[in-house]
Design a protein around this ligand. Structure first.
Ligand code: MRU
Length: 344
């Protein structure tokens, strides 16, 4: 397979390397992925995360491992386990289904399987650029933008989805300021988005998640841009827990609220948000925090906790959605325009 490189993933001389996102921002440690089973572990531990990135990483792990002469039934069985490693991000399922299809059609031809994984990688890079070019027009010089979770190069193999268009707007010379939600419980905003914005030189301010309402009341937020893990055909979408809170706040304060995603995030089998499965995670993640900085628990050891990793925002709260090279207003979404992505 040819060498590939993004800020969070590399294929180097046939070895798959993943940047351990649990060790950021202070330590940049690359994990050598030994097998798809190893990849499943890494995905579950959120060492690699973000809807598009896990799809690409899982595909590459399958492709590199299949070179060792696996049978089709062995391939399908491990692919099924990878597919189930995180239940909400549909990009993972999309990518795995494409890998299984090529393995089946080619009778396990390693070159064709490798080519498909490279195609999935390169497609994501291209889609990120398209989203940035379309979405950047929604940002005006002087805008103050709030974002949630991490949607940049650490969540994709390109420049990112929502964060991609934010950094693109900065690169084109627009003077913008970003408010970064820390994103409890796993702090993807506080640890990862800040790391990316530092690298890109974009001015930002880190806030706790419960500060967004008062910022909006003070008129300090012009727009909200964030990502999506699964989009239903009517425009309802799942994204990192806390997205729905922001959508409701935006409605109250009249702040435009946008989501940005590649078409691989649309689930044609989900007619509305009620069909989106929401991943439930361990209670320990709510009782404290852990990372390269160590582990801290502040709640009683047995404190009962509720820990959905995502929430579902209804299309009625969305101003619009950038999907690949298209922008859809709320009206477009309600008129079924997401079907455009399946008509070519
Ligand atoms: O649990 P995570 O960190 O994988 O969740 C990531 C998100 O919710 C992102 O907003 C989403 O994947 C879109 S990123 C391109």
């Amino acid at each position: 397979m040819k060498n590939l490189k993004s800020i969070s993933l590399q294929v180097l001389d046939g070895e798959l390397l993943i940047l351990d996102q649990q060790m950021l921002p202070d330590t940049e440690n690359w994990i050598s992925v030994e097998s798809p089973e190893h990849m499943i572990q890494i995905i579950k531990q959120l060492k690699v995360r973000g809807a598009p990135l896990i799809g690409v990483a899982a595909s590459l792990s399958l492709a590199l491992w299949s070179k060792k002469g696996e049978t089709l039934s062995g391939f399908k069985s491990v692919a099924e386990q990878l597919r189930a490693s995180r239940p909400t991000a549909v990009n993972l399922m999309n990518a795995i289904d494409r890998m299984v299809a090529v393995a089946t059609e080619s009778s396990m031809n390693p070159q064709q399987i490798a080519d498909k994984a490279v195609e999935i990688f390169e497609e994501d890079v291209r889609l990120c650029l398209q989203m940035a070019q379309v979405g950047e027009k929604l940002i005006q010089d002087g805008d103050s933008i709030l974002t949630h979770c991490n949607t940049g190069g650490l969540a994709t193999v390109g420049i990112g989805t929502a964060l991609g268009l934010i950094t693109h707007a900065h690169r084109t010379g627009k003077k913008i300021h970003v408010y970064v939600d820390e994103t409890r419980p796993l702090l993807q905003g506080g640890r990862l988005t800040t790391w990316e914005l530092d690298k890109a030189g974009v001015p930002y301010t880190l806030i706790c998640d419960n500060m967004s309402g008062s910022l909006m009341a003070e008129g300090k937020v012009d727009k909200v841009f964030l990502g999506a893990d699964r989009i239903a055909m009517n425009g309802d979408f799942a994204n990192k827990i806390g997205t729905y809170n922001l959508a409701v706040l935006c409605k109250h304060h009249g702040v435009p609220f946008y989501t940005v995603a590649p078409q691989t995030t649309i689930d044609p089998s989900c007619s509305d948000g009620s069909g989106i499965p929401v991943e439930m995670r361990k209670e320990d993640e709510v009782r404290g925090v852990f990372g390269d900085f160590g582990a801290i628990r502040w709640a009683p050891e047995q404190a009962p906790c509720h820990n959905p990793a995502f929430d579902v925002t209804p299309v009625a709260l969305l101003t619009g959605m950038v999907v690949g090279d298209q922008f859809h207003s709320q009206e477009d979404l309600m008129a079924g325009k997401l079907n455009n992505h399946f008509n070519d």
